[in-house]
Design a protein around this ligand. Structure first.
Ligand code: NAI
Length: 335
């Protein structure tokens, strides 16, 4: 079987060795793009992370494609409607890092509450003084958790360890979990207006696009902290920038940005400018990246040794299962 695996780091290559022994496997550090897709026209299986292009235009070039094994939970980067049309299956990694992302959420929260970035920069300059670095306690603060799926629930468990109060919002509340953990679900507007820190754990869907926009920021407490490790599209970045500028939002912790792929790749940035694509959102990202009360990590919440190993293991199992005619973890093309 002909397989192409993209976005692979050197140390990860060994994990695909077993597949390479029995199949024709191309492993590359590069991304799948519109421009190079024709080179992979004979591949029956492709595996990518989230920065490859899996639009209709690109997939069209992959004439023999039968399976996309994405090395992520989310699959919003794949044109699944076109996959359905072509009968291409899509397998994902349903769970690999609920604890990993939840731990990162608290990394961001503590970075804000203990002013860790400023504090470390200061001692690196050789200044050993706490003046101007006063933070705040998490104990007794209210954490608003929006989306109580796998990651949101883990966040709540950790929050309880910090003795925080929790208010949650989800389309499908999990009342058993709520009574076990001792927190309450509330309508969205109440979560927004009563929380000291708000953290987002929703999937990127048309209905969750700009889930936090001007109306939602207006409802929040003055001085609220906003955390987003889910997807950049959940927040209207212009509205966030406005809320930060006015002081409504006192600090932000982000692992995801709306224009992330463009920010990552210089070539993408140049293409955006050349195509005169709207640059307001990109500009907003760049402004946020430089604000002192905004802590941004480069979509690295999932990136621990253990979580990446779980992703590799599940992906190889997904590809092998497909080859054995027992496909698993299908998000498109399952029964
Ligand atoms: P999940 O699918 O387990 O939970 C999502 C929750 O959102 C569910 O409880 C669902 O009922 C709720 N929901 C969906 N639409 C809703 C709506 N319109 N209104 C209210 N609630 C709604 O997802 P999981 O695994 O907890 O992941 C959450 C997010 O984290 C996803 O966006 C995922 O892409 C992102 N993620 C980010 C990573 C990173 O490295 N930064 C790594 C892994 C996931």
């Amino acid at each position: 079987m002909k397989i192409a695996i993209f976005e692979v780091e050197d140390w990860e290559k060994g994990a695909f060795e077993a597949l390479s022994k029995a199949h024709d496997v191309v492993i590359t550090h590069g991304h799948l793009t519109k421009e190079n897709a024709h080179e992979y026209a004979d591949r029956e299986v492709v595996s990518t992370f989230i920065y490859s292009d899996l639009s209709r235009e690109t997939i069209k070039e992959l004439k023999e494609l039968r399976l996309i094994a994405t090395r992520s939970t989310g699959f919003d980067h794949i044109d699944t409607a076109y996959c359905v049309e072509r009968g291409i299956r899509v397998a994902n990694v349903p769970a690999y890092g609920d604890n990993t992302v939840a731990e990162h959420v608290f990394g961001l929260i503590l970075a804000v509450s203990h002013r860790l970035v400023d504090a470390v920069e200061r001692t690196r300059r050789g200044e050993f003084t706490e003046q101007g670095l006063m933070g705040f306690d998490l104990k007794d603060k209210t954490l608003g958790v929006i989306g109580t799926g796998a990651i949101g629930r883990y966040v709540i468990e950790i929050a309880k360890g910090f003795r925080m109060k929790v208010l949650a919002f989800d389309k499908y509340p999990n009342d058993i979990f709520a009574s076990r953990m001792g927190f309450r679900y509330a309508p969205l507007d109440e979560v927004l207006s009563a929380s000291d820190i708000i953290t987002l754990h929703l999937p990127a869907l048309p209905e969750t696009h700009h889930f936090l926009s001007e109306r939602e920021f207006d409802l929040m407490k003055k001085g609220v902290v906003v955390i987003n490790t889910a997807r950049g599209s959940l927040i209207d970045i212009q509205a966030l920038l406005k809320a930060v500028s006015s002081g409504k939002v006192s600090a932000v912790g982000l692992d995801v940005l709306p224009e992330e792929p463009t920010i990552r790749e210089e070539a993408e940035l140049i293409r955006s400018i050349a195509q005169r694509r709207p640059l307001e959102s990109l500009l907003a990202d760049h402004i946020l990246l430089r604000l002192r009360n905004v802590v941004i990590t480069p979509h690295s919440a999932f990136y621990t040794r253990e979580a990446v190993q779980r992703i590799l293991d599940t992906t190889i199992e997904n590809i092998s299962a497909y080859m054995n005619a027992e496909p698993r973890n299908l998000v498109v093309g399952g029964s």
